[in-house]
Design a protein around this ligand. Structure first.
Ligand SMILES: [Zn+2]
Ligand SMILES: [Zn+2]
Length: 224
């Protein structure tokens, strides 16, 4: 799988810009917060369809607004800060089940940031994500070669009747998953991610002396 030229660099650049913007917002709106949870690790897979698309995201960072700042003030301050940094901003204020919630949303270069505040708590919620990007070129799956053939099977053994010497799960070809239209990938229903053949457990061959009467039925050449 070859990398898409420049894609990882671009995603990293967007991720660092996103983090820097969140740090600016949190420092201003919830001063004194511990910023260590904002550390960017590796981009996560957001979309499991081929080619996989990755993104950086901050799910939900919580901070406290000063008691003299209302929820609405905090959200409009967030919108002003985002706007002055070049983000397209929208704010909304709605009541859900007796809770008045104010939200500021910013968008820039495919990135999104959301700051949420509620009237009866001093907690502020910050979240953000980069766009999801393909980092690797799609590649046709190459089915693996059999581990063993009639020429290489161990004396006293027979090729596994289930995988015929492949060793790997023949349903998924050893990947442990199968493509799925809705979800992109699903666990292989045959091997349940074990990846190897469920009968020979990856050995590709079975000892003749260990065959059950039922299994011997697959090998008429062994006689009775
Ligand atoms: Zn499988
Ligand atoms: Zn097998």
């Amino acid at each position: 799988m070859g990398p898409v030229p420049g894609a990882r660099e671009e995603l990293d650049r967007l991720g660092h810009a996103l983090r820097a913007q969140l740090v600016d917002l949190i420092d201003d709106l919830a001063p004194g917060s511990d910023l260590s949870p904002l550390h960017l690790a590796e981009p996560e897979v957001f979309d499991w369809h081929d080619p996989l698309r990755y993104r950086y995201s901050v799910g939900c960072f919580t901070g406290m607004r000063p008691a003299n700042v209302t929820a609405a003030d905090a959200a409009s301050r967030a919108a002003a800060l985002l706007g002055s940094a070049g983000w397209a901003v929208a704010t909304s204020r709605e009541e859900v089940g007796g809770t008045v919630r104010t939200v500021a949303i910013g968008r820039r270069h495919g990135c999104g940031i959301e700051v949420r505040a509620v009237d009866h708590m001093t907690t502020l919620w910050f979240s953000g994500q980069t766009p999801a990007m393909a980092l690797y070129e799609p590649e046709e799956f190459q089915h693996p070669e059999p581990l063993l053939t009639p020429e290489t099977v161990t004396p006293g053994y027979v090729l596994c009747y289930e995988c015929d010497g492949l060793g790997w799960c023949h349903d998924c070809g050893g990947r442990g998953w199968r493509p799925d239209e809705a979800r992109g990938r699903v666990n292989c229903p045959a091997c349940h991610r074990r990846r190897v053949c469920v009968i020979c457990r990856g050995a590709a061959e079975l000892a003749v002396t260990d065959l059950s009467p039922y299994q011997r039925g697959y090998y008429p050449e062994l006689g009775r």
